[in-house]
Design a protein around this ligand. Structure first.
Ligand code: GLN
Length: 392
């Protein structure tokens, strides 16, 4: 067989999504790949039913149906406080996965460097490889996941093209404060670099923390490429609807990348999703309340079992420390991946090994998500109780 590209030899499949396949094989409760197991809002499901009969069933405009772009611009203008032109500053993509990839391909030349906070959502590593960029990692230091601004500046001094900021941050649940965003933004302006943000968890955030959109900060709009998604906010991860917001110059270039990558997101789903974007404030408030309850319930359960964990400020993820298990003879020499595989088989709950998020040599953390119905979370905690038998 002729040789495959070098590119494909430098990264693996997604460990997050691999864990879902393993969980399914063993019938484990899947708290690995983050997606809800409950329904989208009724308005969105009803709209989908209508669309099946009324269409559209053919291509939308490649960069997104007009009414969806208008709905995105209106909703995001309202929540971020920045004016957004739906014609020139919005691009609809197939999930924020494509949004991120399009953003990276729009700004990076092969050989360029990008700053990435570690731990990071694993797609960013593959995105960088696919566009030939070289990631420079800046640690977010546990347990609070603070960063050292001097290190960020040192990174910028190496001549980077962009910094990626996931806020709220997957997997560590950090919510960047306005002061932190201003500091990062100032450096991006000073060193004339882009900020590519991933804000898909903007509405899954726990009081007193609140979300600030980097692009809404004074003077930042032209330097920020905001990637976002409808997946988490409206519980429609399988619809694969995401979007990019940016300056006209950035978006018109990103539109070209998107046009040849995917042509466009599914037209019937775009039409139905408009109803989600039209929901009132009370929807976002109840979503936040729902996830706050889930977080409190799941974290209290972990505490009862005696599993050490971080305190997520946003997202539906929690990192659990498994060092006390790894220290024991029966687990000795196990990687976090092997521990997760063991846990799927023996405990019946799936998590993602932390090593797939950290650049640093971290083998003692695993990530659970809690976007599950109450009964599922109860059953997961019941099963996790068994871990007590493996403690000293
Ligand atoms: N963001 C989700 C996670 O980290 C998964 C998203 C995806 O698989 N596309 O689990």
């Amino acid at each position: 067989m002729p040789e495959l590209s070098q590119r494909v030899q430098t990264f693996t499949d997604s460990v997050i999504r691999r864990m879902t396949r393993i969980a399914n094989r063993y019938g484990a409760i899947n708290l690995s790949q983050g997606f809800p197991d409950f329904d989208p809002p009724m308005e969105v499901m009803d709209a989908l039913e209508k669309v099946a009969h009324q269409g559209p069933h053919q291509y939308s405009i490649t960069y997104g149906a007009k009414n969806l772009r208008e709905a995105i611009a209106a909703k995001q203008s309202k929540y971020t406080g920045m004016p957004i032109d739906p014609e020139t500053q919005v691009l609809v993509t197939c999930g924020s996965t494509e949004a991120m990839m399009s953003a990276m391909m729009t700004v990076c030349n092969p050989g360029d460097s990008v700053l990435v906070f570690s731990p990071f959502y694993e797609n960013y590593g593959a995105d960088a490889i696919l566009c030939g960029a070289n990631p420079i990692y800046i640690p977010l230091v546990p347990p609070t996941y603070q960063f050292d601004l001097a290190l960020v500046e040192k990174g910028f001094q190496q001549g980077v093209k962009a910094i990626i900021v996931c806020n709220p941050s997957n997997p560590c649940g950090k919510v960047f404060s306005e002061a932190e965003l201003l500091a990062i933004g100032n450096l991006a302006l000073k060193y004339d670099a882009f900020v590519i943000t991933d804000e898909v968890y903007e509405h899954i955030i726990y009081p007193p923390y609140h979300h600030v959109s980097m692009a809404s900060l004074p003077g930042m709009f032209d330097h920020v490429i905001t990637c976002n998604s409808l997946s988490k906010t409206y519980s429609i991860t399988g619809w694969r609807l995401g979007y990019v917001i940016g300056s006209e110059e950035v978006i018109s270039a990103a539109k070209k990348v998107h046009d040849f990558l995917t042509v466009g997101a599914a037209a019937p789903l775009q039409e139905a999703a408009v109803k989600g974007l039209e929901l009132l404030d009370s929807y976002y408030q109840s979503l936040q309340k729902l996830y706050t309850q889930k977080r409190d319930f799941f974290l209290a359960g972990l505490d009862r079992i005696g599993l050490k964990h971080n305190e997520p400020q946003g997202t539906y993820f929690v990192l659990v420390d498994i060092q006390e298990f790894l220290d024991q003879e029966m687990f000795s020499g196990m990687s976090d991946l092997e521990f997760c595989e063991w846990m799927i088989r023996e405990i019946g709950v799936a998590a993602v090994p932390g090593s797939s998020f950290f650049k640093e040599d971290v083998n003692h953390l695993i990530r659970f998500h809690f976007a599950r119905q109450q009964e599922t979370l109860e059953e997961a905690l019941y099963r996790l109780e068994k871990l007590k038998n493996y403690k000293k």
